[in-house]
Structures are given as C-alpha cells and as structure tokens.
Design a protein around this ligand. Structure first.
Ligand code: ZN
Length: 482
C-alpha cells in the first residue's frame, strides 16, 4: 500500500455517479461533486455539466479508490454504490485517554475520575503523541474530517503536551480544534482532582494565551483553531472560568467546558455554589454563541431555554453517557426548541474505541428509547454529526454541508456491499446500521482515507502508536510508584 507523505493540493477532483446527502438542500440520487482546490465548486444531479473527456486532465480511469498515484491534478472518483455526506465533525474528545482504555469499567463519572487522575498524572508528551495519533486516525476511519480535543491535564515537567497533539493532527491530516483545558481546583480547595494534577491560575492563563498565539488560525481554510476550555465546575474555580472567558473573548476564540454531565455534578454545584450547573455558567458569563458545552445531559426546561436563547451549543456524547450511566440528554427537545447540538465521542477512556459514525446510531436509538420512534430521524442524526458539529465549532460557513463554496470535506460511504445493498435508503443504512466501509475521506479535497484504509499515515503505525502510548504510560505509573 502506498502511503501519502506529500499532500500537494489537488487542482480538480470530480466525484461522479454518487448518491449525495448534502445535509442542506435536497438529496441527489445520482450526481456529481466537483472540487476545485480545497473547496466544492459545484454539485448536482446527473453527469457534471460541460464535462467532456479531457476537461479534467489526468487519469480517466473510473475507480481511483486505493490508487494513491491518482491523487494528482485531475482525479476522477467513480462514486457508484457510494453515499457522499459532509465529513463528520467531532466536538468532544480527550485524545490522551486512548492510553487508558478499559479501566474502572463499572464506575460512575466521579469514581472513574478519582481512579484515573493519578494514572493521567504520569503522562508525558510522548504518551500524548501516540494516543493522539491513534485517536485521530481512528476518527478519520469513521468519516471524521474535523475534530476538537479537550486537553486539561498538564503535569509539570512532562514536555509540551499541546504541541504533541497538534503535530499528531498535522500528520493525520484532519482539521483540528484543540481546546487548551485546565484545572485549578484540587482537593485542598474543595475540588475533585488531587492537587498534583491541577495548575495555578496565572500559569494556566499564560499557557493558554501562548497556545492561542502559537497555533490559532482563523482563516476560512484553517486546519487548526484553538479554544479555551477550563475542565468543569467541579475542578475549576469561578475565577478561572471568568478569566478564561475574558481571555477567549479578547483573542476571538471559542469556549468549551463540561456541563451537567451527571446528577453528582448537580449535587456538587448546589452544595458548593447554591445553584445548578447551567445557572452557575450563566452567572460566570459562560452562555453565548461562542460557547459549546460537553454533555448537557441533566437540563431542565429553563436550562434548555437558556441554551437556545443564547446560541450556546452542546456536544452530545451518547456512548460515554451510556458507559458511565450518566443519563440520556434531551436532544430531541433541545433541537425542537432551537438549541444547537453536535456529536462527540468523548475521551476514549469513557467510550472505548468509539467510532464517530456510530454515535449517529447511538444518538438516534437513545432518543427513540426515551421519546419514541419519531424522536430523531436518520437525517437529523446525520445533521447532528455534520452541521451541528460545525456550528459548535463556529465553522458553519465553511463546514458541515455539501454546498458550492464550502470546504471539500467529504465522506464517501460504500453502501453497495452484498449485505448493505439490501437496505432501501442509503442514509438509513449509514445511521441505523453499523458503519459501512469508507471508499474515501477527503479533507479540503485531499485524501486521508481510501478504500477503508488510512492513507496519510500508515494505518498500522497509527494503531501501534496508541498501543505503545498505553504501555509507556503504564511504565511511567509503575516507576512513579517505586
Ligand atoms: Zn469529556
């Protein structure tokens, strides 16, 4: 297999004979998508207008899938038997947790955190690099073209953890929205985490500003945008939350944190702050169109109204919520009332090996289990995973739908397999069933996955990097215990 080490800009890519679910606008049963540079130039039904032999220079062989040599100016992709959707957008993750999967399997969130904080305290930049490489490669293999990450533990003297994940994302080749997270409220200050994993407020603000200045790219085609993300109400001081919001707004970047994940958190907030999580966030200036929360499971009607009225988004992480027994978010009610919802896989330690495509199915089944079969349609679930995610990240102008002028981030799902082909509706096959194979994943017109395999980095290498990160971290934990 050829591995693409160079990602030269493709001049023109034409995807033909493909079922298109653009998320915005009507579906097209058999049509084309024309990509110029990193953007969608046109799409429509039937063959591409004005397209004649020679219009597209280069290889005219129909199916380029699996042929990395075809990744050059003038690529044609025969999409026969494929469903084209916008690339999926992951809006909540903790990539470092790839190294700590399978722990505390029967624990609640707070029990799970208390078990894992001391393990995470031993991580270094090499662990983060390996975990992020595997985690982002895994996401690309489930049709993800943009991912956020919420990294909130920075043990002292362990190397540049933020730079390590940025570099991993550059290699994998998907768009990256790392959030510089933080915690300053350790046990001695009434918080949940041990003091050894928290930082001082001034250090946090300086490091966060530095991360934004070093990496944030606000451009339309941006491959990397930084957000500011103190971890949660039960691990951060009110001052850290308000100072972080002021910093993010001064820099023009987005805000992210965990809110209303469990009933334990409700109780903690009532006890410590005299109010429930969303009210506390409101008091701290943390509601607004530049904010998205992770989870937002335990909301009352007034909370949902506040999110909708302020344009505050939420990342729904159904597998993680199920794994930790946290509850089922009121997604269909939130959508009905106009609150934006995207999807997230959450950290791998609370949703082992979760593919982002599978979260569409989880979201659909959870909502239907709670509210009945009309609670969420296949197309609404697809919208959560694409446009809803793009909105959470403030990128709805560039990402989340297939439309001329938007970035060419596209997943091509093979829905003509001998078993899958029996399902009448390709979008139903994608959402109701297990993930179909991926013919291609394009990010800005560049191939990241072809014929079901990662092509930016050798797939085996990416997987092994994650396993090695796990072994290394376990070794570091043992050596600290000695
Ligand atoms: Zn999380």
């Amino acid at each position: 297999m050829t591995v693409l080490t160079e990602t030269a800009l493709t001049e023109t890519v034409l995807i033909e004979n493909v079922h298109i679910a653009p998320v915005a606008g009507p579906e097209i049963e058999s049509g084309y998508i024309r990509i110029e540079g990193d953007r969608i130039a046109a799409l429509g039904a039937g063959p591409a207008p004005g397209d004649v032999a020679g219009d597209i220079a280069g290889d005219m062989a129909g199916d380029m899938v699996g042929d990395a040599a075809g990744y050059a100016a003038g690529t044609r992709i025969d999409g026969t038997g494929c469903l084209a959707t916008p690339g999926l957008v992951n809006t909540h993750h903790h990539l470092y947790q790839w190294a700590t999967q399978g722990f505390a399997q029967e624990a609640t969130l707070f029990e799970w955190l208390v078990a894992l904080y001391p393990v995470w305290a031993a991580m270094d930049a090499e662990v983060v690099s390996g975990a992020a490489t595997a985690g982002l490669g895994w996401l690309a293999l489930s049709g993800c073209t943009t991912s956020s990450d919420h990294h909130y533990l920075f043990p002292k003297g362990r190397g540049d953890l933020f730079a390590a994940e940025v570099e991993a994302a550059r290699r994998i080749g998907i768009r990256f929205h790392p959030a510089r997270g933080s915690m300053d409220r350790g046990e001695s200050k009434g918080g949940l985490p041990p003091d050894v994993v928290v930082e001082e407020l001034d250090d946090i603000l300086a490091a966060t500003a530095e991360a934004v200045d070093a990496y944030h790219d606000p451009s339309f085609s941006s491959m990397l945008r930084v957000a500011v993300a103190p971890c949660s109400p039960f691990s951060c001081s009110g001052e850290l939350m308000t100072e972080s919001a002021a910093l993010a707004r001064a820099k023009g970047v987005r805000l992210h944190t965990h809110v209303a994940e469990t009933l334990d958190e409700d109780e903690h907030c009532l006890e410590q702050f005299g109010m429930r999580p969303v009210d506390y966030m409101e008091k701290l200036g943390w509601l607004g169109p530049d904010v998205w929360f992770a989870h937002a499971v335990h909301l009352d009607d007034a909370d949902i109204g506040k999110l909708a009225a302020t344009g505050t988004g939420s990342a729904h992480c159904p597998s993680s919520n199920g794994r930790l027994g946290a509850g089922i978010a009121r997604v269909s009610e939130m959508l009905r009332r106009g609150a934006n919802v995207g999807l997230g896989v959450d950290g791998s330690a609370s949703s082992e090996l979760t593919p982002l495509a599978g979260e569409m199915r989880q979201a659909l089944l959870f909502q239907r289990a709670r509210y009945g079969p009309q609670a969420l349609t296949a197309r609404q679930a697809l919208e959560l995973a694409t446009l809803g995610g793009a909105r959470n990240l403030g990128r709805q102008s560039e990402l989340g739908t297939l439309e001329p002028g938007k970035l060419a981030d596209i997943a091509l799902w093979r829905v003509d397999g001998p078993f899958t082909a029996a399902v009448a509706d390709p979008v139903c096959a994608l959402v109701f069933g297990p993930q179909p194979p991926l013919a291609r994943v394009l990010v800005g017109g560049r191939t990241v996955v072809a014929d079901g395999e990662l092509r930016s980095v050798a797939q085996d290498e990416a997987g092994r990097a994650g396993a090695e990160a796990h072994r290394r971290l376990m070794g570091l934990v043992r050596s600290r215990a000695d």
